[in-house]
Every structure is written in C-alpha cells, then in structure tokens.
Design a protein around this ligand. Structure first.
Ligand code: EPU
Length: 428
C-alpha cells in the first residue's frame, strides 16, 4: 500500500517554489481544443490530474510534445471526434470542461459523469443550464452526459443560480466560438477563471469582465495561438505551504506566487499570530508563537477558499482557545476531522460547522487522505505531531501537488514515500 511517513515534530525553514495552478491548467488544457492548431503551454503542473487530462486529449487525437515536465506543445489539428472515453473522463471532475470546449467544434459530445474528490453532492445542473441556454441539447443517462447541437451555439443572457467555478469555466469555453454576444451573470471570480479568459483572449477570443460578477463574450469564428502561454501559480499550493510554515513555527519564503490571490489566507494567518512579509512574487511566513484561535467561513473568491479549510484547521487543532470553521461550499468536507481526532485533536463537527478546542500537542497515528486537500492537511498534521504519522490513500494528494515530498524535504521535513507493492520507482 502506498503511504507517506511524516516524522514530526519539525520546523519548516527555507524556500519553496510554487508550481502552476491545477485548477487553471485543467481548464486551459481542454480550452486548447478550441484551436485547430498548436498551443504552447508553460508552467503546467506535473501532477496526476494533468497527466490524466493529457491522456484524454491524446485519446481524442491530440499530439502532445513535452519540452520539459512543465512545458508542452499540444497540436489539435487532427481531433476527429467529440466522443471522449468514459473510462478516462469518469476519473476526475474537470473532465466536464470537455463539454463546453468540444461543442465549439463538434455537434455531438459525450463524456462520462465526472468523478473527483468526494466532497458531498456535486451537481452539474448549472453546466447543463449554460449549454442549453446557448442552444445545445443535453441529456444525462446511464452515467454519461450527451450534449449536441443542430447548428452553431448562439450567444445568450445567462444568470447562474449558484456561483460555480466549473459552470463559469464551461460557459466561457462554450461561448467563445458561439455566434453573437453572451452575457453571464453571477459568475465565479477565482484567479483560475481569469487565467482561462486570459489564455483564450491571447488567442483571439473576446472575453471581458473575467474576475468580476459579469462576463461578456463576443463570439469569434476561430482562435490561433501567437505566443506561448504560462499558467498562473497555484493559489492553493502556496496557501498550503504558508499554513505549513505557520503550523510548524517555521520561517518559509514561498516563491513564484501572486500575493493578491492569497489575501484571505494571509489575513487569517495574521489573526493566528503569523508574521507575513509580501513581495512582488513571493511571500514570507514566520511564526514564533502558539497559534491564536480564529474563525473561518469558506466563500467563493475573494472569500476564504474551501480548498484551504482542511489545511487551515491544523492551526486550530493546536491553537490557544477555541476556533470555528463554517463550510459554505461543500456538504461533506469535514470527514478529515475524524482522522485528526485519532491524532489527539479535539473537534466536534456537525453539518457545516466544526468547532476546534486547541490542544497542546498532536500525536502520530495512521491516517487517511480522504481527498486532495484533506491529504495536504494530514501531512501538515504529521509535521506538527510527535512521532511517525503514516498517511494512506496518498493518490489523492498526488492528483494536485507537484513534487510534494521533495518540496517539504527541502524545507527540512522528514517525509518518506513507500509502497509495499511497488516495483516501479516513485515518480510523483
Ligand atoms: N453547484 C451546483 N450546481 C452546479 C455546479 C455547482 O449546485 O452545476 C454547487 C456545488 O454543489 C457547490 C458550489 O456550487 O456547492 C460550488 O461548486 P463549483 O462548481 O464552484 O465547484 P467545482 O467547479 O466543481 C472547483 C474546484 C474545486 C473547488 C471548487 C470551489 C476545479 C477542477 N475544482 O470545483 O477544487 O473546491 O471549485 O472553489 O476547479 C480541489 O482543487 O481540491 C477542488 C475540489
């Protein structure tokens, strides 16, 4: 069985370089399908979700040339079908971006109902609403999503019922090559949405307002790439190292990040007692004391990101006082608290609220990574705890964090990957 063994306690010190953003890359890769030609991408994170997406593109007919582990040229000249393999698309969430991206050039598109982290119900009604408003017919049956159009998609006025990252991305993808003007209101404003719009605009799309509540898209007939595009740094990876630095009373310079994207995390860490210095493309996090208690409510951007709440909870596990986390995005995001309880944390989680009574110390225990971000939290807990913490189900972690063991080791952590059944060398 695969696991990470984290030897704690440890004080993280040094510098870490942040990789490209997973949630931008998983939208930009399918966006390349809107171009009948070559796209050159840089700062692509080398993580298993991206490798899985590349396999899907290749199964559709893309030719991918890797210039380095983080740089690739995708040639979509020979894409012949909009029907994607159910086996490949069922494995992760972001495969639903193929719906919007492939409908630009194909009249029939099929994917499996997307998988991804188990965070409770993950409906796709808003994705369907967007595509139908643009003139597509969408049917969900026997675990597959079928989308078709008789003629080109047509611009429309769309109001999202919930602020959804995925539905906003899909609306941008589908409307880029649609005829006429599309206005989408109540959209998500995450940095990865702006990055998708910037990528498409760099190829000739006309997308205005990304990063605000309303996006306006003037449909264009073709796209072509003129120069390479570099994906933004990963906000959540940067936040994860910021929290790890604070939880271990460390001193870490987080390089290649965008401090503006991290404001909500910076502000909570300051409340907890961290000293934070911001530079143009880096942030230093120092912590000299036991964390103070604080409360967090997860919200769409620019609010506190749900994808940072499990990591942030480790500070509350060992805080001086009682802290509260309210989860407003996902219904089952507190499963990880049972794992932290095994390590001595005092947490009571009911529905959308978890109350953390700070304890003096965490102790090692075998724990599971319930999902990607919960897995990152288990590593941070292991760094804080006394003894050897074995973290299982680490495939979740490898979906979204590039070279995570190397990055932590460079900061002084003692973290070892092992696999009882392994014959091949670890390459994550
Ligand atoms: N929702 C609906 N209907 C829809 C779509 C969403 O009701 O059609 C609801 C969801 O149930 C949820 C809320 O809207 O309550 C927000 O969901 P959203 O669509 O924004 O989430 P997503 O696009 O499926 C992305 C990230 C997640 C991240 C969320 C929220 C990607 C590939 N995934 O998911 O990232 O938690 O936004 O910020 O971008 C992760 O990286 O670990 C991760 C889970």
């Amino acid at each position: 069985m695969e696991k990470f063994t984290v030897h704690g306690p440890c004080k993280l010190e040094g510098e870490v370089v942040i990789s490209g953003a997973k949630n931008a890359a998983v939208a930009i890769l399918p966006a390349t399908l809107l171009v009948k030609g070559k796209c050159h991408l840089e700062n692509v994170p080398n993580i298993s979700d991206i490798r899985a997406y590349c396999k899907i593109l290749e199964s559709l007919g893309s030719k991918i040339e890797y210039l380095s582990p983080n740089e690739m040229i995708i040639d979509n000249t020979n894409i012949k079908t909009g029907i994607a393999s159910s086996e490949l698309t069922s494995k992760f969430r972001a495969s639903y971006y193929l719906l919007g991206a492939l409908l630009g050039n194909f009249s029939q598109v099929q994917i499996s109902l997307p998988g991804g982290c188990n965070l409770g119900a993950r409906p796709i009604d808003q994705h369907i609403k967007v595509l139908e408003k643009l003139g597509a017919t969408v049917e969900v049956k026997r675990g597959n999503v079928y989308a078709s159009r008789k003629e080109k998609l047509k611009g429309s006025h769309i109001f999202l019922d919930v602020v959804s990252v995925g539905a906003t991305m899909n609306a941008i993808l589908a409307a880029t090559l649609a005829e006429g003007i599309t206005v989408i209101e109540n959209v998500a404003k995450e940095p990865h949405i702006v990055d998708l719009a910037n990528f498409l605009n760099s190829m000739g799309a006309k997308i205005q307002g990304a990063g605000t509540d309303t996006i306006r898209i003037i449909g264009v007939s073709t796209l072509s790439q003129k120069s390479s595009y570099s994906i933004i740094p990963d906000q959540i990876e940067a936040g994860t190292f910021m929290v790890a630095a604070a939880a271990t009373k460390g001193n870490v310079l987080i390089k290649n990040c965008i401090p503006k994207h991290l404001e909500h995390i910076t502000s909570k860490l300051k409340e907890a007692g961290a000293i934070i210095d911001e530079y143009e493309t880096s942030i230093r996090v120092k912590m000299n004391e036991r964390p103070k208690a604080f409360s967090v409510k997860t919200m769409p951007y620019p609010g506190f990101p749900t994808d940072m709440q499990p990591q942030m909870s480790i500070l509350l596990c060992i805080c001086d006082g009682t802290g509260i986390i309210v989860e407003n995005i996902w219904e089952s995001r507190f499963q990880y608290t049972d794992e932290l309880a095994k390590m001595g944390a005092d947490i009571s989680a009911h529905g959308t609220t978890a109350i953390f009574k700070g304890v003096d110390k965490l102790y090692s225990a075998p724990v599971r990574a319930h999902d990607l971000r919960a897995g990152a939290a288990m590593i941070i807990a292991g760094l804080v705890a006394e003894g050897d913490t074995d973290v299982y189900d680490i495939h979740h972690i490898l979906r979204g964090y590039e070279n995570i063991t190397e990055k932590f080791k460079n900061l002084g952590a003692n973290i070892v990957y092992s696999n009882d059944n392994a014959e091949a060398e670890f390459d994550a």
